[in-house]
Design a protein around this ligand. Structure first.
Ligand SMILES: Cc1cc2nc3c(=O)[nH]c(=O)nc-3n(C[C@H](O)[C@H](O)[C@H](O)COP(=O)(O)OP(=O)(O)OC[C@H]3O[C@@H](n4cnc5c(N)ncnc54)[C@H](O)[C@@H]3O)c2cc1C
Length: 383
């Protein structure tokens, strides 16, 4: 058994959330170690899309977190290499009929009051923003703050920056235990190869965050919510913004285990168009579902008829870390001193990662948090 000198904090998980926690903790001057059982971004971070969205969030704690994160992503874009493919491209949400447009209007008014920039676009002007959009749509809203990154590269570069500030990275090592000290406080992590002693442990294990919590004897009901994404052949820029139909917002907020699809379409700097994403709770079932892929493709072609003639190169799936109230768990766990959680971000973990990392670093150093952490308390679920 190898042992190492103490760290201030060990972060479990080298996905985008763990990477952001490591980045901000190292920036705050803490000594950091990151442990992952696989490679960097080998979990959901490597199996999602990179949308940084305000447009799909209703006013409330998640939107507050997203607003903070949106500012931080802009800052990070200036600090991290261009390879993270940060694109402040804006989002366009469209409504097919006047009833849906009216609902969108009410939704956008609430968001605007919370600080989101949302500008109505009349039906006849939509194609000025997106020339290939289907004709006859009732109208939509342009969200200037919506942006995009390449998630795996963003995680890798956040970790690289953390390592430049002294963070250590242990890959290919599963955490199998959380050793405790006096009074039962969590005092580090155990893998098959070593024990890392630390003053604090951050659970950034994403969809597997519940299993990590259980190692400390506490309940955190993280469940997988499966999503498929279609990847087209490389195309010239036929889709300029992140574009989706108004129905998507209801799907995101749904707590149903049943299948929901409403296509979200976006171009990428390298050419392929990404068409995501379905939502269903079917455990960790990796079976490809042609029915889901057909539905996504049909909805994308409804929005952009030009896509009907484009080949799909591949499809992939991932498992979003779902908590029953759709909010992540962020902060110290009063049931297990020394243990902090930063997981359960469902379909928004790429967007919400920087704010999560910063808030965790603030708590670890005893600094004032940038926003109220109460809605994200990890002990808010019944045992
Ligand atoms: C189809 C799809 C589309 C999506 N699109 C978007 C989007 O556009 N925008 C957005 O913001 N979000 C999106 N998401 C959600 C986003 O991908 C996730 O919220 C985010 O990646 C979660 O990051 P994470 O770091 O918490 O988890 P992960 O990336 O899963 O990282 C957790 C890590 O913990 C490690 N781990 C687990 N258990 C252990 C253990 N015992 N010991 C050591 N390591 C362990 C895992 O190996 C893993 O690397 C999408 C998700 C899917 C599936």
């Amino acid at each position: 058994m190898l042992t190492r000198p103490s760290h201030d904090v060990v972060v479990i998980g080298a996905g985008v959330v763990g990477a952001a926690c490591a980045y901000y903790a190292a920036e705050a001057g803490l000594s950091v170690a990151v442990v992952d059982r696989g490679p960097v971004a080998g979990g959901t971070t490597g199996a999602g899309e990179g949308n940084l969205l305000l447009s799909d969030k209703e006013p409330g704690p998640e939107l507050d977190l997203a607003l903070l994160s949106s500012r931080l992503w802009t800052e990070l874009a200036g600090r991290l290499p261009a390879a993270v493919e940060y694109e402040p491209k804006g989002g366009l949400v469209v409504a097919s009929d006047p009833r849906r447009l009216e609902a969108l209007r009410a939704f956008a008014a609430g968001q605007a009051a919370a600080g989101v920039k949302a500008e109505e676009v009349a039906g006849e002007r939509l194609r000025e923003l997106e020339p290939h959009l289907a004709p006859g749509l009732a109208g939509g809203f342009h969200y200037a703050q919506d942006a995009q990154v390449q998630p795996a590269l963003a995680a890798a570069h956040l970790l690289r920056a953390a390592r430049q500030r002294g963070a250590e990275l242990y890959l290919g090592e599963a955490v199998t235990g959380l050793p405790t000290g006096p009074g039962g406080a969590v005092r580090g992590v155990r893998t098959a190869r070593r024990e890392l002693a630390a003053g604090a442990v951050v659970n950034a294990a994403g969809t597997w965050g519940g299993e990590l919590a259980a190692l400390a004897g506490v309940n955190l009901p993280v469940l997988p919510r499966r999503g498929f994404v279609l990847v087209t052949e490389p195309l010239p820029r036929v889709v300029r913004h992140k574009v989706y139909a108004a129905d998507y917002v209801a799907d995101v907020a749904s707590g149903s285990a049943a299948l929901q699809t409403s296509a979200v379409v976006e171009g990428t700097p390298s050419g392929p168009v990404l068409i995501g994403a379905s939502r269903e709770r079917v455990g960790f079932d990796r079976t490809l579902s042609p029915e889901v892929l057909r539905r996504l493709a049909a909805q994308a072609a409804e929005l952009f008829p030009v896509l009907a003639r484009v080949r799909v190169l591949r499809a992939y799936r991932g498992f979003r870390p779902y908590l029953p109230d759709h909010l992540p768990a962020i902060g110290a766990d009063p049931r297990a001193p020394g243990l902090y959680h930063a997981c359960g971000h469902e379909g928004a973990g790429i967007g919400l990662a920087p704010a999560t990392g910063l808030l965790i670093a603030r708590q670890l150093t005893g600094a004032r948090p940038d926003l109220d952490l109460a809605p994200f308390r990890p002990d808010r679920f019944p045992a």
